[in-house]
Structures are given as C-alpha cells and as structure tokens.
Design a protein around this ligand. Structure first.
Ligand code: SF4
Ligand code: SF4
Length: 400
C-alpha cells in the first residue's frame, strides 16, 4: 500500500466508533488512542507528518493485536489490518525500528536455525543457567524463556516425501509452518499418518518454513515477501493436488497474499470435502471438549469435522469473538496485555468444565498451554486433527 493509498483508505473511516466495543485493547485500557478509531487517527497523522514517531503513537500502534475484530464491526468496510501493516512498515523502514525483533523473527522463521535454538535451550536448561536467566529484569526475555518451555525435547525436521499407504497416485503438499512445525510436532506427525493412510502421498518441501505473517504484521514487508516468493516457487513446480495447511494464521496469510500456486485448503476442509467412502471411521469419544475460535478463522469447518466424532460433547468457549492475546509475536512483545487477555480466556475455560480445549492456531495453543500450566490445571490443548487421528487409530481402521 502506497502512502497515498493509505490516506485514501484511512479517510474511509467516518469516526462513528461502532468498532470500539469489540476492540480488546479498548476494553482493557479504555483509552481512545488504544481503540481502532484512535489508531486510525494516529496512522493518518503519522502519514501526513502532523506528529512524529516519538509522540507515543508507536506505543499505541504496538499495543494493537491486529486481531481485526474492528474490521468485522465496521459498517464502512475500512481495511484496518492493511492500514496497520502499512503504517508499521513505514515506521520500520523510515525509522529503522525494532532491529532486535527483526533479528528474532529471522531466527524463528527457519527450520535449521530453530533447531539450533532448541538444542541450545536444552543445553542451557541442563546446565542450570536457565533459572538464573529467568531472574533477569526483562519481562519480554522472561516471557520468551517461558514460551520456550513448550519446545520439543529434541530438534525435529519433518520435511521430505511421505508415500501413501495405498496406490492411489494422489499427492498433496503439507504446509507445517515455522514455530508450529516444532511446537506442534505431534500434530504434524498425526496429519502425515492420517493423510498417508487415506491414500495421499505427502510432500513437505525444504525451504517453505514460514508464511511471513509475523514479519508482515510487524512491518518487515521485505522479509514477508521473501517467504511468500519461496512458497510460490515451491508450489508452482509441484505436481501435488493441493497445499494443505494446519494452522489458521498461516492459512489466512497464504490466502491473503495469494502465496500458493496450488489450490489452498485447510486440513479440516480437505477432510470435509472427501467422499463419504473415503472418510475415516472414528471411534466414539464420550468427553466434553471446548472449541476456541482463533481471530484468523471463524468459519464452521472445525466444528463440522469434530462433529464427525461420535459422542463428543462439543461446546463453544464463551466470548469466542475476543482475541486470546497470543496474536503472533504479541505474546512476546506485549506480555502484560497478552497475559490479561489470556487470564480472561482461562476463566471461561475453567467455567466450561471441559477436559480438552481445541484450537487450530499455534499461537493460541501456546497461550492456552501457558495459562493452564500457570494455573496448575490439567486440561489438554489439541488441534481438531489430533482428535480425529486419535479416534481413527482407536477405531482400529487406521492401518487398513
Ligand atoms: S485489530 Fe484488534 S486490537 Fe487492533 S484496533 Fe482492531 S480490534 Fe483493536
Ligand atoms: S467502525 Fe469503521 S468507520 Fe466507524 S470508527 Fe471504526 S473504523 Fe472508523
């Protein structure tokens, strides 16, 4: 978006304020500058050079979760997310802001570098230095170390080709993401086994690790474009039928940026479109589970695929329209606000009486796991496909 386009889009805001009640940061801070309308005014003033970057404007923009709840509430159809991305990009470029965050995201978005940090983290933990590091007076660093507790015990790399267990000739590409491919390794393995068992060979190409969403939403557009270009190249030369995604935030970014040359489909939608004869047989699961809907996806696919599990009592988490506070890198950059939103979710989770929380977002899953752990509760956090895989295996048909 050019500066001229940004001003045209921002001018579409008529300042009616209908978006204020749905904004999580306005709800927490009750300040106009931390509302969508206030932020649009700041974006306009920055673009027109009426205020400078040291006028606290950046702080209010940084507090935005980019959850885009305001977009759904806006009668004028203002594309708030694009405005925010463009404004953050111009701040990052013109003022060379956030060099540390830029470097951190660079490290987190590549398979090999992530595996290096996983090994280093476990070495530091075994040496006993981790407890010392956690005492440093730096909340963001402490939050990073706390989130790192969710890393797998060893470095993993699931890139490669997985043959189908049936000679169907069908092939799909699987997009496993960057951090998600490590944190949600169980999900990645379940998805591979399920798809191969249903007759699909799988390709997970090396080099397509990150969708670029975290870079883009922090203003690092060039890095985000590089990630999308890699995916465009990998999908353009593939003979697969689809690019299947596991995490909703990655899916939204790949769709928004038209980053796939293959038809893009979430794994839930992929299973839902299978003919009945190909659908896996599922064992009953007489348990209550609560569904959390990430900001990146509010559609009904996960609800519908989970309803295929006999006897599963599925309920909605209260206030599902409210962001959980994970919001990509927000959980690291704004730990206090993120934690407040996470605690609100935990209250609803406890009230639900469910033993399993289901979500399709890696970031949301990390937020819930951290909140559950801090509260000393024993509630599992799962992706819908982990449940589908488990009940497929329990039905005894998984290896037919
Ligand atoms: S994206 Fe979310 S946090 Fe940001 S202004 Fe809109 S509703 Fe508020
Ligand atoms: S609802 Fe839309 S037009 Fe109204 S203040 Fe919010 S962004 Fe502006």
């Amino acid at each position: 978006m050019t500066p001229e386009d940004l001003l045209v889009e921002a001018d579409r805001c008529v300042k009616c304020g209908l978006c204020l009640t749905v904004c999580p940061t306005y709800r927490l801070l009750a300040s106009e500058a931390d509302s969508p309308r206030g932020r649009i005014s700041l974006i306009q003033a920055l673009a027109k050079k009426e205020i400078d970057i040291d006028s606290h404007a950046e702080q209010h923009l940084d507090r935005c979760l980019n959850c885009r709840a305001c977009e759904s509430a806006c009668p004028s159809g203002v594309k708030y997310g694009s405005l925010l991305d463009a404004s953050r990009s111009s701040i990052a470029t013109e003022h060379r802001k956030k060099p540390l965050l830029k470097r951190l995201l660079h490290q987190l978005s590549h398979n090999g570098r992530l595996n290096y940090w996983i090994r280093l983290y476990h070495a530091i933990r075994q040496s006993g230095l981790l407890a010392l590091a956690k005492k440093l007076p730096a909340p963001r660093f402490r939050q990073l170390l706390t989130m790192a507790e969710q890393l797998p015990p060893t470095a993993v790399d699931r890139t490669g080709f997985y043959p189908s267990t049936k000679p169907t000739g069908k092939k799909v590409q699987l997009f496993t993401g960057c951090i998600g491919s490590k944190i949600d390794d169980n999900l990645v393995q379940n998805a591979i086994q399920l798809l191969c068992g249903l007759g699909y060979a799988i390709d997970i190409p090396t080099g397509t690790e990150c969708c670029g969403a975290m870079h883009r939403h922090n203003g690092f557009i060039e890095e985000a474009e590089q990630q999308c270009d890699t995916i465009r190249t990998q999908t353009a030369k593939s003979s697969a039928q689809y690019l299947i995604t596991l995490a909703t935030a990655c899916h939204l970014e790949l769709a928004d940026q038209q980053a796939s040359r293959l038809p893009l489909v979430s794994i839930s939608d992929f299973l839902l479109q299978l003919p009945d004869r190909e659908m896996p047989e599922l064992a009953p699961m007489p348990i209550r589970a609560v569904l959390h809907r990430p900001c990146s996806s509010r559609d009904s696919s996960d609800w519908r695929i989970l309803n295929k599990i006999p006897q599963l009592e599925l309920i909605e988490l209260a206030e599902n329209e409210l962001c959980c506070g994970a919001a990509g890198s927000y959980i690291l950059t704004q730990p206090e606000l993120s934690n407040q939103l996470g605690e609100m979710k935990l209250t609803h989770l406890k009230a639900s009486g469910a033993k399993i929380l289901i979500t399709t977002s890696t970031g949301c899953a990390m937020q819930f796991r951290q909140q559950i752990r801090q509260a000393g509760l024993s509630i599992e956090v799962r992706h819908p496909i982990e449940l589908i895989y488990k009940q497929w295996a329990n039905a005894g048909t998984g290896n037919k």
